[in-house]
Design a protein around this ligand. Structure first.
Ligand code: COA
Length: 356
């Protein structure tokens, strides 16, 4: 029987992360997400997943990621205006593809570090130019989160914002066999190069059913404006045949555990949108429960991603690319792991056309 969404199909053994959709549990290489988010920096989370994928952690020092940011900055002039066409995900895809051309045939771990270091530089530069400002050079001595925020804002972020952004980057570093990770693994399974796998994964993440939702979540909060308007607005969306962004998940049958982690991480920032977001989430969960009593549709990671990234000062146009800034580490880890199976991923289709 055809299974177009591949639900329940197991395509890999992995040590990188585990999603328990029934219990609402996410494990990142042996630790619950609640343990790691807020207690380690992004670089630590990247090391954690890459080591689980088979990389030598000695090659993944904070300094290595800082040097990769500096190398990407050196490459930036050679990209000309290539980053200036399209949205942040287009810019990231273009920048990464260029990296591939520049790097030639580096080993997987070197390519992973180069891509992880390049992403914040390219995404921040895209945003700076889009808003009429000169890009800001990275400071390799800073942490990844602090430097990304600084390159985006054009000034250092405050300590609370850097902490919150770091917690976000750790929270989304990996998520089992999501669509973009599967894409990366399919590309790796053909023995293609790691950067090509990253470029393909960015394309998969871009769609609103996957990583493209947090910008629209913020648009929704703006459109609703006040808690007492939530119900009518949400009912209008459903009546128009649209989905509620930031709600529902292919795997989780309960609230996405990352929603709770991010809701907690955003609290110290005193976001003016947090209370509204909570009210909208409550209203949306109730409406969707009434409509689909058999299908638990609760908040997913994107709901509070929108609130957190907005609170630290990132523009909504940059939200999806910020997800990718972190997930590049998870994708790379999966490429390393996929290499070891050596098996080409090649499913089948059911022909419904006519025969000659
Ligand atoms: N708003 C309204 N209805 C929704 C919904 C939402 N956010 N999510 C799911 N549904 C509905 C579906 O339309 C479907 O209805 P139907 O049976 O009448 O066609 C039903 O609930 C079951 O959907 P399901 O099979 O659980 O969805 P999925 O696994 O195909 O999709 C998502 C999962 C994430 C793509 C989906 O929930 C969605 O589009 N959410 C909004 C976008 C989003 O937040 N994306 C970020 C994901 S991390």
């Amino acid at each position: 029987m055809t299974n177009p969404g591949l639900e329940g199909v197991v395509v890999a053994d992995t040590r990188i992360s585990e999603v328990d959709g029934e219990r609402g549990r996410l494990v990142i290489a042996g630790a619950d997400i609640e343990q790691v988010a807020g207690s380690i920096a992004f670089e630590g989370a990247a090391r954690r997943v890459l080591e689980a994928g088979g990389a030598d952690p000695a090659r993944l020092s904070d300094a290595a990621f800082g040097a990769a940011r500096a190398a990407a900055w050196e490459a930036l002039p050679r990209l000309g205006d290539a980053l200036d066409h399209g949205d942040g995900m287009d810019a990231l895809r273009t920048g990464l593809a260029h990296l591939r051309a520049e790097a030639g045939e580096p080993g997987d771990v070197a390519a992973a570090v180069a891509a992880i270091g390049a992403a914040p530089v390219f995404v921040a530069a895209w945003n700076r130019r889009r808003t009429g400002h000169a890009p800001v050079a990275p400071d390799p001595a800073l942490g990844h989160a602090a430097d990304y925020l600084r390159m985006t804002l054009g000034r250092p972020g405050d300590a609370a914002s850097v902490r919150a952004l770091d917690a976000y980057l750790v929270t989304v570093v990996d998520h089992a066999m999501c669509a973009s990770t599967f894409t990366a693994r399919v590309i790796a399974s053909t023995a293609s190069d790691l950067i090509s796998a990253m470029v393909g994964a960015v394309g998969a993440l871009k769609g609103p059913l996957h990583g493209g939702a947090p910008g629209p979540v913020l648009d929704m909060l703006d459109a609703i404006g006040a808690p007492d308007r939530a119900e009518a607005w949400l009912l209008g969306e459903l009546a128009a045949g649209r989905r509620i962004m930031g709600m529902g998940h292919r795997v989780y049958r309960v609230r996405d555990p990352r929603a709770a982690v991010l809701e907690e991480a955003v609290r110290p920032l005193a976001s003016p949108r947090l209370e509204l977001a909570r009210a909208v989430e409550r209203a949306a969960a109730k409406i969707l429960r009434d409509r689909k009593p058999d299908r638990a549709l609760a908040a997913n990671v994107e709901f509070y991603t929108a609130v957190l990234l907005d609170a630290v000062g990132l523009p909504r146009e940059q939200f999806s690319a910020t997800f990718a800034v972190s997930r590049l580490a998870g994708w790379s880890a999966h490429v390393l792991e996929q290499r070891r199976t050596g098996r080409l991923i090649r499913p089948s289709s059911h022909y419904t056309g006519t025969l000659p």
